[in-house]
Every structure is written in C-alpha cells, then in structure tokens.
Design a protein around this ligand. Structure first.
Ligand SMILES: [Ca+2]
Length: 275
C-alpha cells in the first residue's frame, strides 16, 4: 500500500459521464507519471487534467479512502441499493461496477438488454471492457480476472423471446491472468439451473476474439459466430456475446442439440467467501 495505494486511489475521479474505464486509465497514468504526491496537491484538492482537456478535482479525503473489494463486501457492510459502485478487488486501480444488491451482492460482468451496444469488438476492447454500466456492457477480462482469481460463483440469467427467464448457476468460476490469455475454469459439477449445463464445454479455454484466435477450431469461431469474444472451444455451447436480436448462428444463444436463441442476458459474479 503506502504511496502505491495513494496513487491508485487517485483514480477515483468519476461522475463525469465518462466510461468506467477512465478510472483505470487515469490511475495507470498517474502511477506512471507522478513522483511526488504532496507537490500535486493545491490545498486539499488534487487536480487531474484529462487527455481531452477536461480537468477534474479530487479531495484529499477521497483519495485516502479505501474501497470495498467487491459488491459482496459492500452488501455485507449494509449497501442494499442496486447501482454503480467503485471497488478495488486487490491493490490495483479501482474499477466501477454495477452491483446487484437485491440478490445479495453480485457484481454484474455482462448484460444485454436492448442491443444498443455492439459486441463486435477487438481483443483489446474485451480486455478493457466496453458499454454502459446501466445498460449493455462487458466488464472487461482484466476486471473479471481480478474479481474471480480468488474463487467466485457465476450466475447467468437468460431471457427467452417469450419473456421467460432461465438461469444457470455455477459454484466455481475463475478467469486467469493475461499471460494465460484469460483462460477460464468452471466446475460443471457445481452447476444447477433451468438451462442445460453449457459452460463446462468452455472449461479451460483461452479467450478468443476475431483478431485473436485461441480456440480449438481450424478456423475462427469468433468470425463464424458474430465477431464476438468468448472462451470458444470448437466452437460453443454458450455464446452470450453473440449478435443481439439475431436468430441464426451469430446470435446470442446456447446450444443443446440445436441452437436456442435468447433475447437478453445478465451474467454476474460473487466471490466465494471461503477464499
Ligand atoms: Ca482457431
């Protein structure tokens, strides 16, 4: 902690309407650029000039604040309102996340609700995250890794075109670090739900995008299934990042004897407390 901690907490500049990624962006830039914290304070405020010319101010007390590691910790501390919070799962830069408190402190990692955000994205975008925290979005592989590396559950809600919601719950889900190409591990024996068990097929796979093929197929699964990113094998049993409102093999779907197309999705994470 100490100075490093101060630096990462400096990234608490937000509420400006910018994407949630800017927190990490600013944090990393400050960590790289700043040598002397005290000389950058004017009174009790710290000023950060954003790259687009906007300037933001953070108070010293905000900077010295520490963050809950995830939505579960916030929930346990009494936060019961669904919405956007800032968390720091480790000693890295804080990140903005959407917390589902109604169901007990889940951190949302993916949501499709109106198709307003394209999921045809590059490797770099899937790593960093994209979209609108209150709407369609992908949290980002780096953030998902940080939230799941000590052990997590994953809960998948899928809405059929007739409006009915299905769910798939796995008790053990982990995304490994960048060096492994964000390899995902899930325990299919820890599954329960109203969908078929479909995530086990993707266990131990690296992440793939249309510009980074790490799948087991001779071609590119991403290219053949909507240019989206996922832990493709050869190719999928579950493709929540497929094209929105699309009832062909590019679409948001799972596979069980045939492709089953879904309208909406919410995927969320919750740290396993024994870890
Ligand atoms: Ca391939």
């Amino acid at each position: 902690m100490e100075i490093t901690c101060l630096f990462f907490v400096l990234a608490t500049i937000s509420s400006t309407g910018m994407g949630y990624r800017s927190d990490e962006f600013i944090c990393k830039r400050i960590t790289n650029d700043m040598k002397d914290l005290d000389t950058n304070f004017a009174g009790d405020n710290y000023h950060v000039a954003e790259k687009d010319g906007n300037s933001m101010t953070e108070t010293k007390s905000d900077i010295l604040k520490t963050y809950a590691r995830d939505c579960l910790e916030l929930y346990d501390k009494g936060e019961k309102r669904d919405g956007i919070y800032k968390v720091s799962p480790d000693d890295g830069c804080p990140i903005r996340v959407y917390c589902d408190m109604t169901n007990g402190g889940w951190t949302v990692m993916q949501r499709r609700k109106d198709g307003s955000v394209s999921f045809k994205r590059t490797w770099a975008e899937y790593v960093e995250g994209f979209g609108d925290l209150e709407g369609d979005y992908w949290l980002g592989l780096n953030q998902i890794h940080r939230l799941t590396k000590d052990g997590s559950q994953i809960y998948i809600h899928l809405q059929q075109y007739d409006g009915k919601w299905l769910y798939a719950h796995y008790k053990d889900f982990t995304v490994n670090n960048a060096v492994t190409a964000y390899k995902m591990n899930v325990d299919k024996y820890g599954f329960e739900g109203t969908t078929p068990e479909f995530l086990g097929y993707h266990d131990n796979m690296k992440f793939s995008t249309y510009d980074r093929d790490n799948d087991n197929y001779a071609g590119s699964c991403s290219f053949y299934h909507g240019d989206c990113g996922w832990w493709f094998n050869t190719c999928y049993r579950f493709n929540p990042n497929g094209m929105y409102n699309n009832k062909n093999v590019n679409g948001l779907s799972y596979y069980s004897d045939d492709y089953i197309y879904m309208k909406n999705s919410v995927i969320k994470l919750k740290r396993n407390k024994h870890c």
